[in-house]
Design a protein. Sequence first.
Length: 464
Amino acid sequence: MRTDLFTDPLDGLDEALSAVDAFDRALVSGLLRPQPDQAAGLEALAGAVAGTPLAARVAEAADKAAAGAAGEDHLVVLAAARTALMGSVHDALTERVADITGRPRAERNTPGAAADEPGANVLAAARAWLCDLARAGWQGIDHELVAGAAPVVSAMLPDLRLRRQATLLDGFAAELAASCPGATLDRVPVRRWADLWTRALLLTLPGATRTPAVSTATGRLLPLGVDVQEHATAVQAQVHAVFEPADGTEPRLLRAAVSAPKPDTVVGAGLWQLLRPRMSLLAAVGEGRAMELDGMPVTDEGDLVWDDERARTGEPADPFGTARVVLATAADPVTAPLDRHPARIAVPVLLEGYTAEEEDDGRLLFVLAGHRLAVDTDRVPAAGPLTPEAVAASGACLGLLRWDAGEFVLQPLAVETTVRKKTTAVHAGAWAGGTTDKAGARAEKAATDSVAVLRERAGKLLRA
C-alpha cells in the first residue's frame, strides 16, 4: 500500500473545489438579486468548465444568473456544471485510491436503458420549487416557501418509480424547515445544501433515472464489515464484501444494503431488530460466515439486489483472513455517472503495522511508515461492540477509506487488538445476527420493550 499518497497533493483538485465553493456561496444569499461577490462565484464556475463541452451554455447561464434573470433552464445548466466538477474531483480521488491500494477497477458494462419517464408534471413542479429555492437563497427561506415541497412529495410517493426523488426532496425540505427562517441562521451548511439542491434538481430531468445494468452473481460472498447509517427516522446497514465467482474469474468487491424506517426511541443494538428480518446476510455477518449465492442480481455498480431465496449460509469466514488473502486482488466497483461525488467514496482497506496518535483536539491518527491518516471514530456505530478506545489500541484495522473535509480518512469497521496476550477481533457488525454480550443484550431488550409499546399504541389508534 502506498501510504505516501494519503497526503500527496492532487493537481487541479483545490482549483475545482474552489470553483464549487464560490458557486455554493452564491446560493446562500440567493440569485434573485445577485451582488458582485455572487456574480464572481458564478463566473468562477463558468471558468472552471471553460475547456469542456459545457463551456458555452454555462457561460450564458452564469451571465443570466449574475443579472438576476436566470430561468429554469439556466439553473439546471449551472447545477450540471457543478455536478461535472464534483464528478471530476471524484474521479481524481478514485484514481488516487487505486494507486494507494494497487487494486484493479471493474469495467463498466453497457449502460442501462432509460426508465419509463413517470410523472412529468410532478417532476416539473419539483424543478420549479427547487428553482424558487435557488432564487431565494438559504438565507431567504421561510416556512411558506419550504412548505411548497409537501404537495409535490405527496404526489410523488405513490409512484415507486419516483420514490428516490421523493425521498430526497422530502428529506431536503425537512432540513430546510428545521432551519427556518433562514435569515436567523448562525451557520449555513453551504456545501451540504448545495449538494442536495444540485442532485435533486438533476433527478427531475428526463433521462436522469436510468435502470441500472443488472447481471447475476453465483459464487461465494465473504463479508468484510458493516457500515451502519442511522437517522432519527431510518436506519441502513451496508455490508461490504469480497465476491469470488464460481466460474473462477477474478474476485470483486460488492455491497449489499438493507434499510428500514424506525422510531426515534429505537437506538443502539436495537436497530438490528428492525433490519435482521429483511436480510439473512446480517446473520451470517454476526456469525462470521460466508454466503453462497446462486443467481443473485447485482448492478454494474457492485450493489447486490438482495434476495434471501438466492443465498444460503456457507462456511466460517474470518474477515481479516479474507482481507489478507483476497482483498488485494479484488476489483473495485465502478460508480454511476450521477453518483460521482467525493462523499460517495468508501473503499475497503486493511491497515497493519501502524501506531496510533492522538492530536490535541482528541482526533485519532494512524501513522504508517511515517505518514499520517486520520481515523473517523465518530462513524463507529453504537449498534456494535466496536469502540473508539478499541480502535486506538488496535494493531490491525479493516475500514473504509473515505474523503472528508479535504483529506483521506479511515472509517473503522473492525479491529484486531491484544487482550491478555491473545489477538481478539472486534467488529462493528458483531451484533448484527444477535448477541450474548451483556451490553448488546440489554440494548436489544430495551428496544424490544420500546417497539412493543409503540405497536400497542398503533393498534389502539387503528381500532379507534
